[in-house]
Design a protein around this ligand. Structure first.
Ligand SMILES: [Zn+2]
Length: 497
């Protein structure tokens, strides 16, 4: 598969990689967000029973789920209110994150669920706002130059060397030290989105002797550069920042002339205690667990109401709808911390489980962005996912169809918290309404959204404030999750392919 040339898609995949690189060889994960065949060309999903007949000994089933737009809206409003006011929004290490965690705990308890915390310490990244890039007569500041998450702060003045900009798409030269050739002393390298993770590019540039790294995003408009995570601060020694289109143009120009630039990154990485929230509705067969998860943290650059307040609202609304029921399998919810900086909360939780506890988890269902304003109703279809995942995909697709939607089958390349479970051999699935990737004509036809525009133009930006979300789409995706979770909780043998 070829990584998408869309810089935004590449940014999303960079986050993906981040989490993955700790557990698997990065080479095995060079997967960008890739749209797979969907819609008309997709075979009709196999449909499992939606209301399995109770066996003689079956305990109370969850009631028919009644997911409402109002229930989703109330929770999104509450998250938006605290996230917008809080310093650092809901990013790891912020007061907003702790306030959101407390909100989730009280909501779950009101719905009758048992709640625990999974505490861990993880690096938190703080941008202190003074970063700048000086190129010839131009000076770029916040919005056009953004320190990459976990890159050290610093100041470098040196010759600009553009790597791999000769062709319209990266050849991957920036992914290995050899691709940097013989760099001059103190070089600032400018590297396009490539076929590997940004972390790999930064490490390769360091090994080649670069003094600073600039991740170029030529398609990013002035003032709208995004920043990928480098996953882990360990091993990073040089300042690194993302640059918008205008900043990239200035750097390429000065590189051609053999001139210098100055990069200042004003950022800190600080170990921070944080927590994921774990909730349970005990079943009559405690050795069988159906798990759902959504990350509770946001990026540092915006309030994250769609990403991922929407997934959190979905799980809270499911918790409310199932409160008081006694399913056969235990239903467990994970509200993950530190997803945006490298999937740390879900990996911490999964790595802390015993072999027996892992074995009890029959399936993991993920919700990360379900209310995108120009979105579509996607279900996960991850390459190499464990047996049972295809069944989950088909069950979710069928549930979306029953709700009047046209499911889009999508590969996310491990870009969210399902990855820890997937790598641990658990069948996985999930729903998604699209991020900043451009909506395809097929997706637009299926969903009534606009082709050629991003599903969520505010992805990872300050405008992800909840003011323009598609609650009808969120309700559809949440209902599908609730229905499939309930069906699997009462009849886990549905997963046996
Ligand atoms: Zn997210």
């Amino acid at each position: 598969m070829k990584p998408s040339p869309d810089f935004l898609a590449v940014t999303r995949s960079e986050r993906t990689i981040a989490g993955a690189s700790r557990l698997t060889p990065v080479a095995a994960l060079l997967v960008a967000v890739t749209l797979l065949a969907a819609c008309a060309s997709t075979p009709a999903p196999t449909v499992g029973p939606t209301s399995p007949a109770p066996t003689a000994s079956a305990p109370t089933s969850p009631p028919a789920t009644q997911i409402t737009e109002e229930g989703l809206r109330d929770r999104l409003d509450a998250l938006a209110a605290l996230s917008t006011k809080a310093d650092g929004f809901r990013a790891v290490g912020s007061t907003g994150y702790d306030a959101a965690a407390d909100l989730v705990i009280s909501d779950l308890q009101a719905s009758g669920w048992q709640v625990q915390e999974d505490a861990f310490t993880t690096p938190a990244f703080f941008d202190d706002g003074g970063s700048r890039l000086e190129v010839a007569e131009q000076a770029f500041q916040a919005g056009d130059v953004a320190p990459l998450i976990f890159a050290p702060g610093g100041e470098v003045t040196g010759p600009v060397v553009a790597i791999d900009w000769e062709t319209p798409e990266s050849t991957g030269a920036g992914c290995s030290a050899a691709g940097y050739g013989g760099l001059p002393e103190g070089a600032i390298v400018l590297v396009p989105p490539g076929v590997c993770f940004r972390r790999d590019q930064v490490v390769a540039a360091q090994a080649a002797g670069a003094a600073a790294f600039v991740a170029g995003y030529p398609a990013a408009a002035a003032g709208s550069v995004l920043r990928p995570t480098l996953v882990d601060p360990d091993g990073l020694t040089i300042p690194a920042a993302g640059a918008s289109g205008p900043a990239v143009a200035a750097l390429i120009d000065v590189a051609a002339k053999g001139g210098d630039a100055t990069l200042v990154t004003d950022a800190r990485t600080v170990p921070s205690p944080t927590r994921s929230i774990i909730a349970e509705l005990p079943g009559s067969e405690p050795d069988s667990v159906i798990m759902l998860g959504a990350h509770l943290d946001s990026v540092i650059d915006g309030p994250g109401v769609n990403d991922n307040g929407s997934g959190v609202a979905a799980l809270l609304e499911i918790a409310r709808s199932l409160g008081g029921a006694t399913p056969r399998s235990t239903i467990r919810l994970g509200f993950w911390g530190a997803e945006e900086v490298g999937l740390h909360g879900s990996f911490h939780y999964f790595e802390g489980l015993s072999a027996e506890e892992r074995e009890a988890i029959r399936v993991y269902l993920n919700a990360d962005m379900v209310a995108s304003p120009n979105g579509y109703a996607a279900v996960y279809n991850e390459s190499g996912a464990p047996a049972g995942s295809a069944t989950v995909r088909d069950l979710l697709a069928a549930a979306i169809e029953r709700a009047g939607g046209t499911p889009q089958i999508l590969e996310l390349g491990g870009g969210s918290d399902h990855l820890a479970f997937q790598q641990g051999g658990i069948p996985i699935g999930g729903v998604f309404s699209g991020a900043n990737e451009t909506v395809s004509p097929q997706q637009a036809t299926a969903s009534g959204s606009k082709a050629g525009a991003p599903a969520d133009p505010c992805y990872h930006m300050a405008c992800d404030d909840g003011s323009d979300l598609d609650l009808g789409l969120a309700r559809m995706l949440t209902s599908a999750l609730a229905e499939v979770a309930g069906d699997l909780a009462n009849e886990p043998t549905l997963l046996e392919d």
